[in-house]
Write a protein that binds this ligand. Structure first.
Ligand code: ADP
Length: 165
């Protein structure tokens, strides 16, 4: 039988426990989940693509059916290339809905065969995003409830080192 592959695109700057929650739900319904770091023209990321990929790989190391990649360009074209049957997105609150709804309709027009799946994280993560994590960490706050110890360490080093310059 054909492998049912889903793609989960995002900026992941850095990956949080909210993203991980979505990935863990996705792997329970698909054969393989490709977490893909994309370039977002509206965002200037703190971490390089390589750093973000490494953090995702470390955070998902316990999941055998997760692959991490990078894509540039149209996500639907990349999904087609991978033969993905679905695209995963996380929905935290109503505030995500408007944007996600718009994107979903555009993507559906571009690639009607790609099913878009929206997953809700545990309520502990509905307030969480990468921006908050970067901000709290930049002020030396405790981010252990939001990211894995490895990611917390990478963030700490990033701010610690850059403040030494
Ligand atoms: P974007 O794609 O807007 O740059 P991210 O890379 O942070 O944002 O997120 C990728 C996907 O993960 C999006 O669908 C986003 O809604 C979802 N997501 C981000 N943070 C969480 C969270 N705490 N819980 C559930 N889903 C999340």
């Amino acid at each position: 039988m054909k492998k049912r592959l889903a793609i989960y695109p995002g900026t992941f700057d850095p990956i949080t426990l909210g993203h991980l929650d979505i990935i863990e739900r996705a792997v329970s319904v698909f054969d393989e989940v490709v977490v893909s770091v994309g370039r977002n023209i509206g965002k200037q990321p703190l971490f390089s693509v390589e750093e973000r990929i490494e953090m995702i790989e470390k955070t998902t190391a316990h999941l055998s059916n997760v692959r991490v990649t990078y894509f540039d360009g149209l996500i639907v074209e990349y999904a087609k290339k991978l033969n993905a049957v679905a695209m995963i997105r996380g929905l935290r609150a109503m505030s995500d809905f408007e944007f996600e709804f718009q994107m979903a309709l555009v993507n559906r027009t571009l690639y009607p065969d790609l099913v878009q799946v929206f997953l809700m994280p545990h309520e502990a993560y509905t307030h969480l995003n990468s921006t908050i994590v970067r901000e709290v960490s930049s002020f030396g706050g405790d981010i252990s409830a939001f990211v894995t110890p490895y990611v917390a360490d990478v963030l700490h080093k990033k701010f610690y080192r850059s403040s030494e310059k």
